[in-house]
Design a protein around this ligand. Structure first.
Ligand code: SF4
Length: 126
């Protein structure tokens, strides 16, 4: 029986993302530097031990296409068109969730809810 050995990725094989945002806790540190191979985040510079654990349990591989429409792969622009149409036709859309979301993204969600005459709620209402 042979044992497969996965070699450690070399530095030149790693994808580096600077100024990544950690949304694990409310501090939302935005100066994290991530190093990832094709499957996993392997280094988290400037993240605390909680952030490091959070990042390292995420896979870096792309599991899904950029967008889906009715379960079928679509382009980002096509998905935005369909989403805009759904929101335009909705009676009172609910913008919901926003946990693990940056302040900038929350600001955009509130703006969107106001734009379409919807309501907004967070997961904390559960
Ligand atoms: S790095 Fe640590 S302190 Fe910063 S947001 Fe992540 S968990 Fe919070």
């Amino acid at each position: 029986m042979s044992t497969a050995v996965t070699p450690e990725p070399t530095k030149h094989e790693l994808h580096v993302v600077k100024h990544a945002v950690c949304t694990f806790c409310g501090c939302v540190c935005d100066d994290i530097e991530l190093h990832a191979n094709e499957e996993r985040i392997v280094e988290t510079k400037r993240a605390c031990i909680l952030g490091e654990s959070w990042f390292k349990h995420h896979t870096a591989e792309r599991l899904y296409p950029d967008a889906l429409i009715d379960g079928k792969e679509a382009t980002y622009d096509e998905a935005v068109e369909v989403a805009a149409d759904i929101l335009y036709q909705a009676h009172m859309p609910l913008v919901y969730g926003l946990s693990n979301t940056t302040c900038e993204a929350q600001r955009q969600a509130v703006w969107l809810a106001e734009l379409v005459g919807g309501v907004i709620d967070s997961h904390t209402s559960l």
